[in-house]
Write a protein that binds this ligand. Structure first.
Ligand SMILES: Nc1ncnc2c1ncn2[C@@H]1O[C@H](COP(=O)(O)OP(=O)(O)OP(=O)(O)O)[C@@H](O)[C@H]1O
Ligand SMILES: O=c1[nH]c(=O)c2[nH+]cn([C@@H]3O[C@H](COP(=O)(O)O)[C@@H](O)[C@H]3O)c2[nH]1
Ligand SMILES: NC(=O)CC[C@H](N)C(=O)O
Ligand SMILES: [Mg+2]
Length: 509
């Protein structure tokens, strides 16, 4: 059985970071909302309680029955998690006189405590709290303090329960990784055997067991997630995997053929479906971004359904869903307002009688890439920037027409090729061009022009949840702008998007 750490999410902005830190130590972990905590079996080696935007003193503060595990399993409470155990276990949490946000130093450390092995006084930590633990229960001992926070860390005597006021998961806590190691390896006894190779091995075995001789249809997009999912499934069920790559008429220039070719080289059983006209017909006249997304989602399903009927007796639909998609849909904040309807989320309509298999739904994007590497997948596929299923349709503001798609494809190809030849492509997390529905006046060869604008976007990000715009070199931007304006008919102006996410999103629609 795969040993694991459970992370109980009280809604902190840093919960995903805790998971990443655990996994970086080759230890498998899962995040669960505090109100949907699963049964704990012998595979669970320890529990981490996250921080929270709530105060333990609020009436609607999130609760968790920690006495059930206290004393039997190692527990580490972070910030709210630490405050929670202190407050409801004989201590008290009060609002602190000043909010503490940012760097601090642990002036006192109980050096013999295993949680602080190899960590010495002066160690920098990251604080983010408005409440403070003012009193601890009689069986608690303080094991670290800063100048202003006496209870920066505590231990409950005779148990493996710990609380820390600071955030070891944030890289500004300079010994955060060591502290996580101390807790996970020394205190919980985790073996650190969760590696890409072990993931590949256990996942293929599990898929074989689950799918037997059943047939699976998988939508392949040329993207990282579906490619890795396809190769895993291919190892597990071979010819019973039927891949479908849909040309929705919204792909990048020449992408359809080049992606098909590269998959055929990999030995995958793949069928390309030209559904361009179906997508264009469904998009005709639509200008509202959500209506466009919904129309695309609908046609995708129709095309998949037709394809599934062609391959007879299909039982499963394979999907490249990854962990952030799953976490977002079960977030403790409840169903958050729909910002964008992703084309592949939301379940299948009733008429598709298929079960869903998602081999990557426990992995983050960078882990998917590492698994892909362990599977020997072409680095060109693994290094590709994310590209949304609705494709260029959400990068053409307003109505989509084949003419606009063509213009955008040409401009985008110039942009991306230049990023590659300048060795910038791999440093950027995602880049793309946007066709703006505005015309502006220009002058070319002494003649007045009145044409459209292309906007270039490039962002740095870890997981797409937040992003910063990239500071691309001016001379590179100048070269791209010139090439686009000189070569793409219909464009006389190029601009660069300097907005971060939030408040802007990566895609414009
Ligand atoms: N043109 C397409 N043909 C077939 N399936 C597609 C197509 N576009 C998207 N999909 C399906 O939708 C899923 C979600 O798309 P998404 O863009 O999130 O993932 P991806 O394309 O695999 O990876 P990446 O995030 O790197 O682009 C894909 O895994 C794939 O199953
Ligand atoms: O498969 C997808 N289907 C979609 O409908 C979709 N919408 C956005 N994206 C991608 O998600 C990331 C975050 O995008 P936003 O900042 O625009 O929300 C970025 O990487 C976007 O490209 C999508 N991917
Ligand atoms: N980061 C946190 O978990 C904060 C906990 C609590 N809301 C506080 O302000 O102290
Ligand atoms: Mg994609």
């Amino acid at each position: 059985m795969q040993e694991k750490i459970l992370i109980l999410d009280f809604g902190s902005q840093f919960t995903q970071l805790i998971a990443r830190r655990v996994r970086e130590l080759n230890i498998y972990c899962e995040i669960h909302p505090f109100n949907k905590f699963p049964e704990v079996d012998s595979s669970v080696k320890g529990i981490i309680l996250s921080g929270s935007p709530y105060s333990v003193r609020q009436d609607d503060a999130p609760h968790f029955d920690f006495k059930k595990y206290h004393g039997t399993l190692p527990i580490l409470g972070v910030c709210y998690g630490a405050q929670y155990m202190a407050h409801f276990h004989g201590g008290e949490v009060l609002p602190s006189s000043t909010r503490e946000y940012g760097r601090a130093n642990l002036q006192y450390i109980e050096e013999h405590n295993p949680l602080f092995k190899l960590i010495t006084p002066g160690s920098q930590v990251w604080m983010s709290h408005a409440d403070t633990i003012s009193r601890i229960g009689s069986n608690f001992e303080v094991i670290a303090s800063t100048d202003t926070v006496k209870v920066a860390a505590y231990h409950v005597k005779g148990t493996h329960t710990y609380g820390i006021q600071f955030h070891p998961e944030v890289t500004h806590s300079s010994d955060g990784k060591q502290l996580m190691f101390n807790f996970l390896v020394d205190i919980c006894g985790c073996k650190q055997d969760w590696t890409p190779d072990s993931f590949v091995e256990t996942t293929i075995a599990a898929l074989k067991e689950k799918l037997g001789d059943d047939k699976v249809v998988l939508g392949l997009s040329g993207g990282v997630d579906s490619s890795v999912a396809a190769v895993l499934l291919h190892h597990a069920i071979g010819k019973n995997l039927h891949c479908i790559f849909v040309d929705n008429g919204l792909l990048r220039k020449d992408e359809y053929q080049s992606v098909l070719d590269s998959y055929q080289h990999m030995g995958l059983n793949i069928k390309g479906i030209d559904a361009k006209q179906r997508f264009y017909d469904a998009l005709a006249g639509l200008t509202d971004p959500e209506k466009k997304r919904k129309a695309i989602g609908r046609v995708f399903i129709e095309v998949f359904d037709d394809a599934a009927h062609e391959v007879q007796n299909v039982k499963w639909l394979g999907q490249g869903t990854i962990y952030p998609d799953v976490i977002e849909s079960v977030s403790v904040k409840g169903p958050s307002a729909t910002i964008k309807s992703h084309h592949n989320v939301g379940g299948l309509p009733d008429f598709m009688k298929l079960k869903v298999v998602e081999p990557l739904n426990t992995l983050f994007k960078d882990e998917v890439r590492r698994v892909g590497k362990a599977l020997g997948i072409d680095p060109n596929i693994l290094g590709r920037h994310p590209f949304p299923g609705p494709g260029l349709a959400i990068r053409i503001l307003g109505e989509v027409t084949p003419e606009k798609v063509h213009i955008l494809q040409e401009a985008d190809a110039i942009y991306i090729n230049n990023l590659r030849s300048a060795d910038v492509y791999d440093k950027v997390w995602q880049a793309g061009s946007i066709f703006l529905p505005v015309q502006s006046v220009g002058v070319m060869g002494d003649e007045r022009t009145y044409e459209n604008v292309i906007c270039l976007r490039a962002v740095e990000s870890l997981d797409g949840m937040t992003a910063d715009w990239c500071h691309l070199p001016y001379d590179l931007l100048a070269k791209i702008s010139n090439e686009i304006i000189n070569n793409v008919k219909g464009i006389n102006r190029v601009v660069y998007d300097i907005s971060s996410k939030p408040p802007a999103t990566i895609e414009w629609e």
